[in-house]
Design a protein around this ligand. Structure first.
Ligand SMILES: *[C@@H]1O[C@H](CO)[C@@H](O)[C@H](O)[C@H]1NC(C)=O
Ligand SMILES: *[C@@H]1O[C@H](CO)[C@@H](O)[C@H](O)[C@H]1NC(C)=O
Ligand SMILES: *[C@@H]1O[C@H](CO)[C@@H](O)[C@H](O)[C@H]1NC(C)=O
Ligand SMILES: *[C@@H]1O[C@H](CO)[C@@H](O)[C@H](O)[C@H]1NC(C)=O
Ligand SMILES: *[C@@H]1O[C@H](CO)[C@@H](O)[C@H](O)[C@H]1NC(C)=O
Ligand SMILES: *[C@@H]1O[C@H](CO)[C@@H](O)[C@H](O)[C@H]1NC(C)=O
Ligand SMILES: *[C@@H]1O[C@H](CO)[C@@H](O)[C@H](O)[C@H]1NC(C)=O
Ligand SMILES: *[C@@H]1O[C@H](CO)[C@@H](O)[C@H](O)[C@H]1NC(C)=O
Ligand SMILES: *[C@@H]1O[C@H](CO)[C@@H](O)[C@H](O)[C@H]1NC(C)=O
Length: 384
């Protein structure tokens, strides 16, 4: 695989320093040998063509590079035109090829009484202080939301690949801070084609909201079947892997590899992009944040396994109607070498699960699991 120059520059920023277990890399498609990926959902294997992994655990090149929390905006900084504090990393060409840090805002209304303004100042890297060092990670991406006197400063990051059409999307994350904020990780085409994982800091730490939009009807009434809110989950204020499996007829949500919800209501039918945000608008869903309060969404890594449909910038043309470097389709190699992304030694490093007989003369890896894959593979091939 030949990486474009930006990736090599990016790799420089991922340079590691001694003492940490896993090497940092920009792993956009860390599996050159795999021709497709299998994900088990609700007991059934699904096959996908593409894999991406972004790792924020080893961004620092020295200790204490990112231990000072960047200042929040003040009462007069309400236009969203601040820069992200980490220009070298979060404004590099490699980052910008894949991600867009948002700066849009919305006015207050009767239903959403607090004006909201996204600011790049709320998207930054944080690093564990030596005293709080955790062995499996050192740095993480943060999305912050802060309540000012008369507006809410919020954060949103969008993936630039907006032609996902069915996917298994994962984020290793935690949420900390005061009540009145929403941490979102979701697929988005429009308000009626959207599948969400939302953590509300108003909720108990054992509850997460899993929703397919629309969740409100034209008369403003809640649609009960749109949202599942299990309340017996591991605490969202500690690190867990959150996952949406968006399949053609059903959505599934997982927490640390355990299925926690599924829904057939309003499963999105449009090519979509992945969005993450941290926000509040004083409305019924988010609640009100106390002035001076803040909350943070911490992200160690993001993994996407997906198929695509249409141009990379999505059916609507998105905000940049051009091919984005590095996001081009790779050749469809069929499904000869099937890799799995779950149960692997290192998250983000897919491992070969099965090599089909029609493949490169390799021998299938024999395990009960590969039999399951083989059956699924035949099914998948028949569908192609
Ligand atoms: C990590 O990087 C070090 C130094 O560059 C290298 O010796 C080691 O093999 C790498 N480990 C992995 C898992 O890639
Ligand atoms: C890909 O396959 C080649 C040839 O079998 C092997 O040498 C290499 O280690 C594999 N790479 C990965 C990332 O698995
Ligand atoms: C979907 O969720 C329901 C309710 O929890 C459960 O009974 C069912 O087994 C789930 N379906 C699948 C395919 O996992
Ligand atoms: C993804 O695309 C491949 C190739 O077209 C297809 O075989 C497979 O079923 C698709 N996966 C899903 C979940 O639709
Ligand atoms: C690290 O410690 C400094 C100084 O005590 C503090 O200002 C900063 O917020 C800490 N950073 C993190 C990420 O805990
Ligand atoms: C807010 O911060 C900006 C940029 O640092 C500064 O110019 C301005 O004076 C500050 N305003 C207030 C009210 O503190
Ligand atoms: C990235 O840098 C450009 C100038 O090179 C600036 O206009 C833009 O606002 C920066 N973006 C962020 C998110 O900081
Ligand atoms: C998706 O978008 C289309 C076109 O806007 C709309 O007709 C449909 O209701 C939306 N939602 C779903 C689940 O298809
Ligand atoms: C939030 O505060 C505003 C202004 O004080 C109020 O109008 C609104 O009803 C509050 N919202 C909630 C959900 O409590």
């Amino acid at each position: 695989m030949i990486f474009p120059a930006p990736v090599l520059i990016f790799a420089f920023f991922f340079h590691i320093y001694p003492g940490f277990a896993q090497n940092a890399t920009l792993l956009k498609d860390n599996s050159p040998n795999c021709s497709c990926y299998v994900v088990e959902t609700g007991g059934t294997p699904s096959y996908f063509q593409y894999h991406r992994f972004w790792d924020f655990r080893n961004v620092a090149t020295t200790k204490n590079e990112y231990t000072v929390t960047p200042p929040a905006v003040n009462n007069s900084q309400d236009a969203g035109n601040e820069l992200t504090p980490d220009q070298a990393f979060l404004n590099s060409s490699a980052w910008n090829a894949d991600w867009g840090i948002q700066d849009w805002g919305k006015p207050s209304t009767n239903d959403f009484p607090v004006r909201m303004q996204n600011s790049p100042a709320n998207v930054y890297i944080q690093q564990n202080n030596v005293s709080s060092y955790a062995s499996d990670y050192d740095t993480y991406l943060t999305l912050r939301t802060v309540r000012l006197d008369d507006f809410q400063s919020s954060a949103e990051v969008e993936n630039e690949q907006k032609n996902l059409m069915h996917a298994s999307l994962r984020v290793k994350a935690r949420v900390v801070g005061v009540k009145g904020a929403v941490a979102g990780f979701f697929t988005f085409y429009d308000d009626n084609n959207e599948s969400d994982i939302e953590i509300l800091t108003d909720d108990p730490v054992s509850m997460i909201r899993y929703t397919n939009q629309p969740s409100v009807d034209n008369s403003g009434n809640a649609i009960p079947q749109s949202s599942l809110n299990p309340s017996n989950l591991p605490s969202w204020d500690t690190w867990h892997t959150h996952r949406i499996d968006w399949l053609p007829k059903q959505s599934f949500w997982y927490l640390d590899s355990v299925e926690v919800a599924n829904n057939t209501y309003s499963v999105p039918r449009k090519p979509s992009g992945l969005v993450m945000n941290m926000w509040s608008d004083g409305g019924e869903w988010s609640g009100n944040m106390t002035v001076g309060g803040s909350a943070e969404y911490h992200i160690q890594w993001i993994e996407m396994v997906f198929n695509t449909s249409g141009p990379v910038y999505g059916p609507g043309g998105g905000n940049r109607k051009r091919e984005v470097a590095g996001l081009e389709k790779r050749k469809n190699n069929g499904c000869k070498i099937v890799c799995r992304v779950d149960g692997v030694k290192n998250n983000g490093f897919p491992e070969v699960a099965h090599v089909s007989a029609a493949g490169l003369g390799s021998v299938p890896i024999l395990s009960p699991w590969s039999l399951v894959v083989a059956v699924g593979l035949v099914t998948a091939m028949m569908e192609v």
